[in-house]
Design a protein around this ligand. Structure first.
Ligand code: 5AD
Ligand code: SF4
Length: 443
């Protein structure tokens, strides 16, 4: 029986879909990329912005026709939106067979068997604090990198964000269990590990305290992964600035495999808005982390998440965001237009901002970002960097590509001795706002 899985949203959803795919293969199902030939169609959904929800609902909506022609197919919605809208989805989409929320995903293979035996609409959205049976399986891959989920859920309750409601309380895994997963991936040839969580810098901390902790179990985890043979690069998303303390900063500097590219969500540069967002830091605290890291980690680059047009954001607030973004000089930024999420405090705030201002602010930040990255990439010209080879470049498969440790995509000529997973030295000849172009040295 063939299963098609479509994933919306963040890397955590990608990781979940990957683990579910591996579990289904083990049970004898086949995976397919072609939805037309699938017997079971699964949609792993996202709730973080309205657009993502509408896309998945629209997609499953049009499958009604398919089910008329092929009544034997099963359709399931999984993940965040299944968690928050479970029964409403089943009512709204009568051809939908089941919904499985974020804490019940590991039951998917059993639920499919149940559905095949007895077809009726089923909903599994109970919450669960046990993470021990977390989904640690991985599909085989040709890629050089893979993800590991180190924690799930979030306790921060930023006022705009639905994640704490749909993914529940923060639950961290044991360091030994994560290291074991990383070793298994290294044995399969994975060179780069991306550690995943909604709030990785709070990994292993008891309960989020009001004061900033001086300890950092996450730093201990980084050291552990740094020591695994075969793993060459370690990255992580996403840390929260509140838990980004000196211990973590120094650990990043000391662990040679921990990459010099940090994704540090800013969300806003205005202290007034940061307070309304319940972010627990101000722009000075954010800049202090950036400055410390810049000082001790060579060639470090930063990326971020920013929300424009949060309710009540004035031109002055927006300019604070613009200024701090230019001051940090991000090399990448995911800029989101504020999207009200039902059930979150900010959705009820006065002064929701009109769409055209959201667009305008978004465009301004994108233009600034392009200027900054073009400048930074220019500074990398005529220097030599270590590149982890990923394979043929998407644009021109005759050339190959890889990344620097600070996460710049670099394109170079293919030569026959190149293999995916090699680490090579490349001289950067020229650059654009998105890409470095170079020549391989002695390989
Ligand atoms: N509207 C817009 N962006 C949001 N994000 C989270 N919630 C919202 C929302 N309601 C963004 C944040 C977060 C990223 C994953 O998505 O910037 O870091
Ligand atoms: Fe959402 Fe804030 Fe948690 Fe990130 S830290 S997942 S933005 S609540």
């Amino acid at each position: 029986m063939k299963v098609y899985i479509k994933t919306y949203g963040c890397q955590m959803n990608e990781r979940d879909s990957n683990a579910l795919g591996a579990a289904l293969l083990q049970r004898g199902y086949e995976l397919t990329d072609n939805e037309k030939e699938a017997d079971i169609l699964l949609f792993n959904t996202c709730s973080v912005r309205e657009q993502a929800e509408l896309k998945a609902i629209g997609k499953v909506g049009i499958l009604k026709k398919l089910k008329k022609v092929r009544p034997h197919i099963l359709i399931g919605m999984l993940g965040c939106m299944a968690q928050s809208k479970g029964n409403t989805l089943l009512e709204k989409l009568p051809h939908l067979d089941f919904v499985i929320g974020t804490d019940q995903l590991q039951k998917l293979p059993d639920i499919i068997e149940m559905e095949l035996a007895k077809r009726e609409q089923l909903s599994f959205t109970e919450t669960n604090t046990d993470i021990s049976q977390s989904m640690a399986q991985h599909l085989e891959t040709n890629s050089v990198s893979d993800f590991i989920a180190i924690m799930r859920g979030c306790d921060m309750f930023c006022s705009y964000c639905i994640v704490p409601y749909v993914r529940g309380r923060e639950k961290s895994r044991e360091i030994a269990e994560i290291a074991d997963e990383a070793k298994k991936l290294a044995d399969k040839g994975i060179k780069e590990i991306m550690l995943l969580g909604q709030n990785v810098s709070a990994f292993g901390l008891e309960q989020n305290s009001k004061t900033r902790p001086s300890e950092s179990p996450f730093a201990d985890l980084l050291r552990e992964i740094n020591s695994i043979k075969g793993i060459e690069r370690v990255r992580f998303i996403s840390p929260h600035p509140f838990f980004f303390n000196d211990k973590l900063i120094n650990t990043i500097a000391e662990c040679e495999k921990v990459c010099n590219n940090i994704h540090l969500p800013l969300q806003s540069g205005s202290n007034r808005i940061l307070k309304l967002m319940n972010r627990r830091y101000d722009s000075a605290m954010y800049m202090e982390i950036v400055k410390k890291l810049k000082k001790i980690v060579p060639d470090i680059t930063f990326s971020t998440d920013v929300i424009v047009a949060f309710p009540g954001e004035t031109d002055e607030d927006f300019n604070c965001t613009r200024n701090i973004m230019n001051e940090v000089g991000f090399d990448n930024a995911y800029i989101f237009k504020y999207s009200p999420r039902e059930g979150t405090p900010a959705a009820k705030y006065q002064d929701q901002i009109p769409q055209h201002i959201k667009e305008e602010r978004n465009q301004i930040l994108l233009a600034d970002l392009k200027e900054r990255t073009t400048e930074h990439n220019k500074l990398m010209e005529d220097r030599i960097f270590k590149i982890l080879v990923e394979g043929p470049s998407q644009r021109n498969p005759e050339r190959w590509c890889g990344r620097t440790t600070n996460n710049k995509v670099t394109v170079f000529d293919y030569n026959q001795s190149l293999k995916t997973g090699d680490i090579i030295e490349v001289h950067i000849d020229r650059s654009s706002s998105m890409t470095l172009f170079g020549s391989i040295l002695n390989h």
